[in-house]
Write a protein that binds this ligand. Sequence first.
Ligand code: CA
Length: 365
Amino acid sequence: MKRRDFLTTSALGIGALTLNGCYREENRVKDKNVNISRVKKVTLKLATSWPSHFPIMGTGVENFAKRCFELSGGSLEIKVYPKNILVPALQVFDTTSLGQIDAFHSGVYYWKGKNSAFSIFGGMPLGLTSEEMITWLKFGGGMELWRELYGKFNLYPLIGGSTGPQMGGWFKKEIKSVADLKGLKMRIPGLGGEVMKRLGVNPVLLPAGEIFTSLERGTIDATEWVGPALDSMMGFDKAADYYYTGWHEPGSILEITFNKNRWEQLTPQHQAIIKTASEEMTGTMIQEFRYKNAKALQELPENVKIKNFPKDMMESAKIALKEVLESESKKNIDFKRVLESYNNFTKLNRNWDEISTKNFLNIRG
Ligand code: CA
């Protein structure tokens, strides 16, 4: 009788949880001729860098957690904590590394202070698109390098979505040549910010909640954010008229990253479920960005003028980017290695892209 009670409890998947929300092994119970896998319930804590229900990125990771639960038949519960609930937005990397939480969802470009090489995994100005980035990571050796370098922080990264191509940003005044950038204050992070700095811009970092007011009051002259869908929610179209097309974040990659010890304790089934759900999230997020950006573009108010940055500015940006990459490669051997892998894939991809996607889009017109 006692034995039957035990089996019933196991079958319901109600195992005792530790404080960390962790679990462990899998009980296989032979029932007549059928092998039934009875998996103890695992609960993981995942913190994000986004507000609660933040469109596309935040809802994307919430849906990822839901899918893990569904696909595991309820044995894998990932509790999602929006920014500042459990952990401040930009401390998710450290707290996961230390094992205080199990995982995080964020943007890779936030961690360049840990190792400048990380910024390449997050995307490159004037570089690869989302699909190309993911191809490099999955097939071109990028993921192996990412896992190796994150391993030093006791972390295990997975691709956690992508924004697709981002817009170049909102400017209060028209930019007619590279000279017009001189002295402009712009909210722009990452390698794009480094390039802009070399073109005369004064790049500033602001918390998301302060960007609109700063732009409206003229404390800053320009800001980049994501694309029409998320930018219009921020109200930037009420503070600036010139909306420039993108170059600095053609395919920014987001991450779902686990504490490495915690990841290794998961059963192969749970690992497979998480990998599958993260792939699904990535595809869906790119599609959702495409659709919602297209819709939001159509609905932008009339004061908004969509512009391309002037040719001389983009030529200068290419030169400045080369300088930034060369200088960083000299300082950081990891940066040099990751850049070499990235460049090898870019070279391999180029000829095929020229005669396939790029050529076709020209033909399609
Ligand atoms: Ca951005």
